[in-house]
Design a protein around this ligand. Structure first.
Ligand code: PD2
Ligand code: ZN
Length: 286
């Protein structure tokens, strides 16, 4: 409960102040009413300001105050539970509208998962993330995995998977970044973050030169960890279990928290977790 100069703003008072403001009451009339019920004027003013400030901060942003939405990848679901993507059947296990999240089953075969891990293994190094200020990369304590990037189309297996993803998400293959492989050991995690590049950072314009904003993420699970390692969306209480061959896709129309795409990789509690991530840009990624 909030307290202003030793007077408590009860939930009832908070509701009443907000109701008065929404009904168009003049602030001085609200203060007068509070004074009548025993509030000192300066304390009442502070309480009203604090209540309305907090109320405004908690409100969803008005669409008109946000940058215009970007076009995002979206699979042609057509009401079915199985999609054909470049000749490969993919199951639709779960969908959510806001945030836009789709969980796919059987996107990769066991052989493809094993093949990706084998190709990546010798090139794994402590994961780096994009440095928001310079546009370069840096080791980040929020991400305690090992990782590597494939070049787009670098290997026959990579080409097959990239063509499948492009067909599944109806998004040009050339707009995809190179596939990233991450290996989490027990205790490793990826703390909640957004995958888009926040315009507030000075390095963002530089990053956007290579194909514009990220507009979607596909995280593919290459193994099933013995414990932990879910991909979490803490703002909406969603946890996607990492299951070999399955994948979670989410898109974001703007580089903005209103997309509710805050997500993380929960700590692995037993065994290892391997994922392959494909990030999708607005334009051709160069
Ligand atoms: O490994 C994951 O579950 C995970 C979680 C959050 C991966 C990513 N983000 C990512 O690659 O961006
Ligand atoms: Zn992420």
């Amino acid at each position: 409960m909030n307290t202003v100069a030793a007077q408590t703003i009860t939930p009832e008072l908070r509701r009443w102040i907000v109701e008065q403001a929404e009904a168009g009451c003049r602030p001085q009339d609200v203060i007068e009413a509070m004074k009548t019920s025993g509030w000192a004027e300066d304390v009442a003013v502070k309480a009203m300001e604090q209540t309305l400030r907090e109320h405004l901060a908690a409100m969803p942003p008005d669409e008109a105050d946000l940058p215009p939405p970007n076009v995002v990848p979206e699979p042609a679901l057509l009401g079915g539970t199985v999609l054909m993507a470049a000749g490969h059947p993919v199951r639709v296990l779960t969908t959510m509208k806001h945030p836009r999240v789709i969980v796919f089953g059987g996107l990769l075969t066991d052989t493809e998962c094993t093949g990706l891990m084998a190709l990546a293994q010798p090139r794994l190094a402590r994961s780096e993330t994009v440095d928001n200020n310079t546009g370069g990369s840096e080791v980040n304590a929020a991400r305690t995995s090992d990782g590597m990037f494939f070049e787009r189309g670098e290997h026959k297996l990579i080409q097959t998977i990239e063509a499948r993803i492009a067909a599944l998400l109806a998004w040009p293959l050339e707009n995809g970044e190179g596939l990233q492989i991450l290996r989490y050991r027990p205790g490793a995690e990826y703390r909640p973050h957004h995958d888009y590049f926040d315009p507030v950072h000075s390095g963002t314009p530089r990053i956007l030169e290579r194909g514009g904003q990220r507009v979607g993420t596909l995280v593919m699970y290459l193994n099933t960890p013995e414990g932990g390692g879910a991909t979490t969306f803490p703002e909406v209480g969603l946890e996607v279990a990492p299951v070999r061959g399955n994948a979670v896709f989410f898109s974001y129309t703007r580089a903005h928290v209103s997309t509710k795409t805050l997500h993380g990789g929960a700590p692995v509690t037993a065994g290892e977790k391997w994922v392959a991530t494909k990030w999708l840009r607005q334009g051709v990624f160069v």
